[in-house]
Design a protein around this ligand. Structure first.
Ligand code: NAD
Ligand code: MG
Length: 384
């Protein structure tokens, strides 16, 4: 029985992970669940899975959860520190890292230090601190398996292969809702249009990142740390059908692709059960229903965030943390309708230009860069 700590259980990935657990009660047991503020769903999940502990960041939510779970024996804890303590001390052997954004970093580092394997959806952790994460994985002999569909695809293509035989990898991208929208109309894009992703149902932050292609940019950096490849060996192809989840081209000119219906439960289940594959009732790719698979180059003049992420990867040091922090703040402000969609890359670029990069930062240096970028971009936006 694999014991799981599901961090960010009330989100899109968290709910899908619980569905995988529900389908396989003989294989997986949930030891802890965590949420930011969705107390109703957290309590509902707790009553169904009876974990040892639940953690909620929000104080008001904490009081409600404690009240509603008081007869169950489930421990309820609250706050960012408690989240880290739980990651380190709770009795699970695999963390499902499903928190969104920078908030996922510290709990993930704690889980690694405690020797727990990681099934990672929270790409921001690798974007901001990939070098530190890799060092800790080695030091504590911990296995990290990606959940992000592209990286799961690459991981699957690389089973049985030597990393030195990779010529390049090709990350596929749906292109998001504005793939065919003329550049001149980007000025008028609304929040609700940006939240309509053509192929995937996800949390709001990653949905906006998919519309700007920042998501693909973050994934390029994620791939760099996962597979040890330089930026020139990481390519991006727009593939609107989202059937090929990514590809590896090898030195002999052969290319492997991993395919499947766009359903996050598949890469989540794979990460939880690796190296085994488990039977399930999920839909598979049906070639009779898909008449064509298209590929083309992304338009970087329309989607400037992709180039910004490549720039951050070229610079490394604290720059990816600055890219990520600026993006988190700007996306949050776009969702509140305070800035325009077209201005997202502008603010991120301005923040990156102002940043003085520190190479090989320690965790403290990364936290400082993150804080600096957040306050700098907030000042630019006029919201403190
Ligand atoms: P979501 O917004 O649906 O859920 C986020 C979860 O994190 C929630 O449980 C929320 O309570 C928790 N959370 C948010 N802020 C927090 C904070 N400050 N402290 C503690 N917990 C907090 O997001 P999602 O779409 O499930 O994405 C989660 C992560 O997985 C992201 O990093 C995303 O990039 C990655 N990812 C998601 C998908 C997808 O299909 N949704 C695919 C690939 C990768
Ligand atoms: Mg992805």
């Amino acid at each position: 029985m694999k014991k799981l700590g599901i961090f960010g259980s009330t989100g899109s990935i968290g709910k899908n992970a619980l569905q995988v657990v529900r389908n396989n009660p003989d294989r997986f047991k949930v030891v802890c669940l965590t949420a930011n503020n969705n107390v109703d769903l957290l309590v509902h999940q707790a009553l169904q899975f009876i974990p040892e502990t639940v953690c909620i960041s929000d104080q008001a939510g904490f009081r409600i959860a404690r009240q509603r779970l008081r007869q169950t024996g489930i421990q309820v804890v609250c706050g960012a520190e408690a989240l880290c303590d739980l990651a380190r001390e709770a009795d699970f052997n695999m963390m499902v890292g499903a928190i969104v954004g920078f908030a996922g970093l510290l709990p993930t580092l704690q889980a690694i230090k405690a020797g727990k394997d990681i099934a990672l959806a929270n790409k921001e952790t690798l974007v901001v601190a990939g070098e530190i994460v890799n060092r800790l994985l080695e030091e504590h002999r911990v296995r990290l398996i990606p959940i992000d569909s592209e990286h799961s695809a690459l991981f699957q293509c690389l089973v049985g292969e030597d990393r030195s035989s990779i010529r390049k990898i090709i990350l596929t991208a749906s292109g998001g809702p504005f793939l065919h929208k003329p550049k001149e109309e980007f000025n008028k894009i609304t929040v609700s249009e940006a939240l309509k992703h053509p192929n995937w149902k996800m949390g709001s932050k990653i949905t906006i990142d998919s519309a700007t292609l920042m998501n693909k940019g973050l994934e390029v950096i994620e791939a760099h740390w996962l597979f040890g490849l330089s930026p020139d060996k990481i390519d991006v192809a727009i593939h609107p059908q989202s059937i090929i989840h990514s590809m590896v081209e090898f030195v002999d000119g052969s290319t492997k692709a991993q395919m499947g219906a766009p359903d996050m439960k598949v890469p989540i289940q794979y990460a939880l059960s690796y190296p085994e594959r488990i039977k399930n009732g999920f839909n598979a790719f049906n070639f009779k229903k898909t008449s064509r698979l298209d590929f083309f180059k992304p338009d970087r003049t329309k989607f400037k965030c992709l180039s910004l992420a490549y720039n951050a990867l070229e610079e490394l040091g604290t720059m990816p943390a600055v890219l990520n922090a600026a993006n988190e703040v700007v996306v949050e402000n776009f969702l509140k309708e305070r800035i325009k969609f077209v201005d997202i890359p502008t603010y991120i670029k301005k923040t990156m230009q102002k940043h003085v990069v520190i190479q090989n930062p320690d965790l403290e240096g990364i936290l400082e860069a993150d804080q600096w970028a957040r306050s700098y971009v907030r000042k630019l936006l006029g919201y403190n």
